[in-house]
Design a protein around this ligand. Sequence first.
Ligand code: FE2
Ligand code: FE2
Length: 228
Amino acid sequence: MTAGRVGRHPHKSRPPFDFAGTRPLLPTNPSPNIESFRHNGDLSIDLDQRKGWPAELRVLLDRYPRKTWIAYRSSVAHFWLEIHDGFRGECAALQMTTDDYRDDRTTAQEFAALVSPRLRAMISHLHGHHQIEDFHYFPSFRAAEARLARGFETLENDHGQLQRDIAAAIGTLSEFLATAHAGRDSSAAQRQAAERYVAASELLYRRLCRHLSDEEDLIIPLLLDRGR
Ligand SMILES: [Fe+2]
Ligand SMILES: [Fe+2]
């Protein structure tokens, strides 16, 4: 996370604005029908093509650029950034674990023992985080600032893409674990399975980090603008 922490802004008032409870970002028994909360996917902006938001979705970010966030004290914004930092840290740790294996500093069995529980824990946490965003925060934010509706549409679609990426990472990890548990030798099949996992997991990390950054650029300025 490169963004500064959110600190005090002595001149900012706190106008009435109800995000209907803002923390913690934990699951709250959402409806299983997630698609009912999604709009026309044609409105979204592709996760792999994005390099930040287009001008029409930067109306608040231009007013509250990242370098100014540190000047505000917003417990909600701080908490949001902290949660996202946690995901970035987990991605980095998982990547280091993968690098250790690929550079022969760990065996397949050691890699399997480290990566499997860590990846599954991060995915579980991420799933809960996305659910509370999809069912609680994004609807509140969309209602609060209609100009950013397309951005929230895009973030919701990102969650769907990331869910597919998670499935791919878990699937390839399972294939690798099967080869790792089959024998201690570094077989060609084992290496190939590992490379398929590496490709899938690195795509997940890259897309997740893009999503986290864009989500912050949409949401943190809104929180600050509304004095939250
Ligand atoms: Fe998200
Ligand atoms: Fe998030």
